[in-house]
Write a protein that binds this ligand. Structure first.
Ligand code: HPA
Length: 314
């Protein structure tokens, strides 16, 4: 499987998938939720479900992880129509970065306006505790630093502009609403806010790497989410993200602690209900997204005036 960052899909590929889904369900959600590892239970809460296993959806990437559900679940969460990805595609599984983000462009063509992302992450911030839920305020795209950005390659203007802005990646109004909702639900004692850093994985970080990430200003580290957010912002979706802090990373050479998958899964199980409650209450509060905001966004105007920007002479 190639891991080249060159986009290997055409607009027509995404369109074929979206049109097939639109033809096979009457549900027209405006909200999509990408469920992180162990957090897929959220999709089970949907009412009036219509479930599409990934392997039944034309051109949709296939799940490689045995025992993981790979399906799109359409339905109603707390009375609001939405679609959930139960099982995401991770870069560390060997997927091309364009494949990791394929569903997000399909969501755009389905008419999705708001993308909610959840993940499990290691806590880098010394104030964070296991089981905390972190509102993602911003991200560090470490694979992007190394050339693995899903927007590399020819730009498809029907999705968005060549040079999209990322300084407003995570919706601040939505984050305010999440803080209020957490307070209403009594979840505010374990609600945090911070910067999520994505590493490719699959190995957990060394002590030196964790120290570097702390110096860089990251509060949590994980192996997902950022490529999907970049693609969602490119096509003008509003994004909201939550990280469940499943473990504290090790930053002390005298420590005998070791990051491990069992601990990650254990914390996820412990907090999954709170996270589901928070997301479903938030979803119920989402109002329509202004149409003008959902257009491909960024510096479109400038690109028309300076066509050389489009050619990459920058
Ligand atoms: N590091 C990277 N990814 C993770 C971690 C971690 O400590 N915990 C959960 N996902």
């Amino acid at each position: 499987m190639s891991t080249s960052s060159e986009c290997s899909y055409s607009y027509e590929d995404y369109k074929e998938t979206a049109d097939w889904l639109l033809a096979n369900t009457d549900i027209r959600p405006k909200v999509a939720i990408i469920c992180g590892s162990g957090l897929g239970g959220l999709a089970d809460l949907l009412d009036n479900k219509k479930v599409f296993p990934y392997h039944k959806i034309p051109r949709f990437p296939q799940s490689t992880v045995q025992g993981h559900k790979g399906q799109l679940v359409f339905g109603e969460l707390n009375g609001k129509q939405c679609v959930c990805m139960q099982g995401r595609f991770h870069f560390y599984e060997g997927y091309n970065i364009a494949t990791v983000t394929y569903p997000v462009r399909v969501f755009f063509l389905l008419g999705i306006e708001t993308l909610i992302v959840t993940n499990a992450a290691g806590g880098l911030n010394s104030k964070f505790k296991m089981g905390d839920i972190m509102l993602i305020k911003d991200h560090i795209n470490m694979p992007g630093f190394a050339g693995q950005n899903p927007l590399c390659g020819r730009n498809e203007e029907r999705f968005g502009v060549r040079f999209p802005c990322m300084s407003d990646a995570y919706d601040r109004d939505f984050a305010r609403m999440a803080r209020e909702t957490a307070q209403e639900l009594g979840c505010d004692s374990f609600l945090q806010e911070g910067v999520y850093c994505m590493l490719a994985g699959p190995c957990y970080e060394t002590i030196a790497e964790c120290r570097v990430l702390q110096i860089l200003g990251a509060d949590a580290v994980g192996m997902s989410t950022v490529p999907e957010v970049v693609v969602a912002r490119h096509c003008g979706m509003r994004v909201f993200g939550l990280s469940l802090i499943t473990n504290k990373v090790v930053t002390d050479y005298n420590s005998t602690e070791k990051a491990n998958h069992e601990e990650v899964l254990g914390t996820t199980r412990m907090r999954t209900e709170d996270l589901q409650k928070l997301v479903s209450n938030l979803v119920a509060k989402i109002k329509g997204h202004r149409k003008s905001e959902r257009k491909p966004r960024g510096h479109a105007g400038i690109n028309h005036l300076y066509p050389f920007l489009e050619q990459g002479i920058h």
